[in-house]
Design a protein around this ligand. Structure first.
Ligand code: GGG
Length: 352
């Protein structure tokens, strides 16, 4: 198979981890006889520094012309304490999602058996957890009107959802549930928010078209608690942009670390595959970042954008074996991990 992949490392540890994800794609291509070509492009702080624009036109054009994008992370601490900054790295990420119509963000919460002890949640509660989140990605408070009034003393961000936006993500989640344990949990805040009442109304309306899928509705606060109390009760979860952003960071503790969670953003155009973690400048350049989320994102890319299931499974099996062999990056190591089994970003890629 011939495919063109755009690598967009972005900022901070995005650079280190996508290098490993790309290396794994190269190895898969050579093992299975595929021809993957690559190009690279800028986004986020790196793009602002080079061009003044967090998503340069050239990057967007390259994304649209590629068969898939392997993405890193965006962000830089210099913007965190500068509320007056008008141009920010995250604007590149949001614009990319909107321009490519990436409305569905799939975040599998996959717990490798070997990492049962890596979480602060008790193993007997965790064992067998396997959740697939569908985070809506192009609506909600992220994209509504925002601004200041009263001479800057009042700020607002408007949350908006249309029937169409809710229905298309809900249908994707229902379809996925059909291929899994046939359970769908729709998470909202319908006791308070009008957008959530529309969300629930739409999910309830289309549910009869999927009679084989058992549907439940949970308020986001209850779902946040349930994820830790009883993660095995969840199969597929569908939720709005902001709730999905927060809940999946929480759910990363089910998998042992943020460094283990991959994601796929899909919709109307080229699919984008990236770790759920951010740029983590506190550990950038130290070689301690866990590249497995990028490696597992590469597996999602092969499976979803190229339909190469066997190749994707080969990557997942290699990660599983690496963990079975006792290797750990620092974020998933514990006091019992021998020093010679602690991997850095690069050696983790080599051991796969
Ligand atoms: N790889 C994910 C990433 O770069 N996250 C940083 C970020 O700004 N995230 C906001 C979001 O995902 O909505």
């Amino acid at each position: 198979m011939k495919k063109h992949i755009l690598v967009v490392p972005g900022d901070g540890i995005g650079q280190e981890v996508t290098a490993v994800g790309k290396k794994v794609l190269e190895r898969i291509a050579s093992k299975f006889g595929h021809e993957f070509t690559y190009d690279e492009a800028l986004i986020g702080h790196a793009a602002i520094e080079a061009t003044g624009n967090p998503l340069p036109e050239e990057t967007l054009a390259k994304m649209k012309a590629s068969d898939a994008v392997l993405f890193g992370a965006v962000g830089h601490p210099k913007y965190d304490n500068d509320p007056s900054a008008k141009v920010r790295p995250e604007q590149g990420l949001l614009k990319m999602r909107k321009e490519l119509g990436l409305y569905a963000n799939l975040r599998p919460i996959k717990l490798f058996d070997e990492l049962l002890g890596a979480s602060s949640i008790k193993p007997e509660i965790l064992k067998g957890s396997d959740i697939l989140f569908f985070r809506e990605l192009t609506g909600d408070i992220y994209f509504g009107e925002k601004g200041r009034k009263n001479d800057g003393d009042t700020a607002y961000d408007l949350a908006e959802y249309s029937r169409f936006e809710v229905e298309r993500i809900a249908r994707k989640a229902f379809e996925a549930a059909r291929t899994r344990r046939k359970k769908l949990c729709s998470v909202d805040k319908a006791n308070v928010l009008e957008t959530s009442r529309l969300w629930r109304e739409v999910v309830q309306k289309i549910a009869p078209e999927y009679p084989d899928v058992e549907v439940e509705h949970q308020f986001v606060d209850a779902a946040a608690m349930m994820l830790i109390k009883d993660p095995r009760r969840f199969d597929v979860v569908v939720t709005a942009n902001l709730f999905g952003d927060i809940l999946t960071d929480e759910a990363s503790q089910i998998a042992g670390s943020m460094g283990m969670l991959a994601s796929a953003s899909v919709g109307d155009s080229t699919g984008v595959y990236e770790p759920i973690h951010g740029s983590a400048h506190d550990i950038t350049g130290k070689g301690v970042a866990n590249p497995l989320a990028s490696v597992l994102s590469a597996a999602l890319l092969l499976d979803i954008s190229f339909g190469l299931k066997e190749e994707a499974d080969t990557i997942i099996a290699a990660v599983d074996q690496l963990l079975k062999d006792g290797f750990r990056t620092r974020d998933i190591a514990d006091a019992t991990t021998p020093a010679d089994k602690i991997l850095n970003t690069e050696t983790a890629g080599q051991e796969l």
